[in-house]
Ligand binder design. Structure first.
Ligand code: DC
Length: 203
């Protein structure tokens, strides 16, 4: 069975949590496509050219523990505006999405560019302050110097860059189900997403 769940949305909207839970529930593969851009960002931070880095990625790049830092997130967002970087990552994402057995991909352009034919499309959002608070709680556990205001500024800068770029900007596909998780519990968002997937599964 070829079946893709495409999940898009801004940083810390809850799309990763929903993606992982759906993949576990239905036995699908899961790809956090942000990790690919973060891996490019990490190589660029270490001095490589962005396009060359995107073309040279290997699975081991995705295991780098530094990928979760705010510095690499910002570098990823800057690399993500480059058309050649996006093109270099497209084929791997498409092949993963259309592999046998079903797949969940989360990112910024999955339903609009990577897999416009996806059987299920979700657009997950939340208010910037809510997303910044979630990210702050994750980051401060590792680095006590992190501040709420600094994280909010990073989130807003990344939103502006990801939504404002020319190449594959963050946007909802016209046929995506919108889930605003600002006030919705993870359980409620997950229940809505699970029902939609069940409804679209063949048989
Ligand atoms: O989802 P994330 O926060 O790990 O993503 C890091 C950056 O990568 C994000 O700011 C923009 C970029 N990105 C993208 O342009 N397209 C995707 N499909 C996924 C991530």
């Amino acid at each position: 069975m070829i079946f893709t769940v495409a999940i898009d949305g801004p940083a810390a909207s809850g799309k990763g949590t929903i993606g992982r839970a759906l993949a576990a529930e239905f036995g699908f593969a899961h790809l956090d496509t942000g990790l690919l851009y973060r891996a490019v960002g990490a190589r660029v931070t270490a001095g490589e050219d962005a396009t060359a880095a995107a073309r040279a990625l290997v699975p081991r790049d995705l295991e780098n523990p530094a990928l979760r830092t705010a510095e690499i997130a910002a570098a990823a967002s800057r690399c993500a505006v480059i058309a050649e970087v996006r093109a270099a990552l497209l084929d791997f994402q498409r092949r993963t999405a259309r592999r046998e057995g079903g797949a969940v991909l989360d990112g910024r352009d999955i339903g609009t560019v990577v897999v416009p034919e996806a059987e299920v499309k979700l657009y997950v959002t939340a208010a910037p302050e809510v997303r910044a608070d979630r990210r702050y709680l994750e980051l401060v556990a590792k680095d006590p110097a992190v501040t709420r205001q600094g994280v909010l500024e990073d989130v807003l800068a990344r939103d502006a860059r990801d939504m404002g770029r020319v190449e594959a900007p963050l946007a909802a596909a016209p046929d995506a189900l919108h889930l605003d998780t600002s006030e919705m519990s993870v359980e409620a968002a997950l229940a809505a997403a699970t029902a939609l997937v069940r409804d679209r599964l063949p048989g």
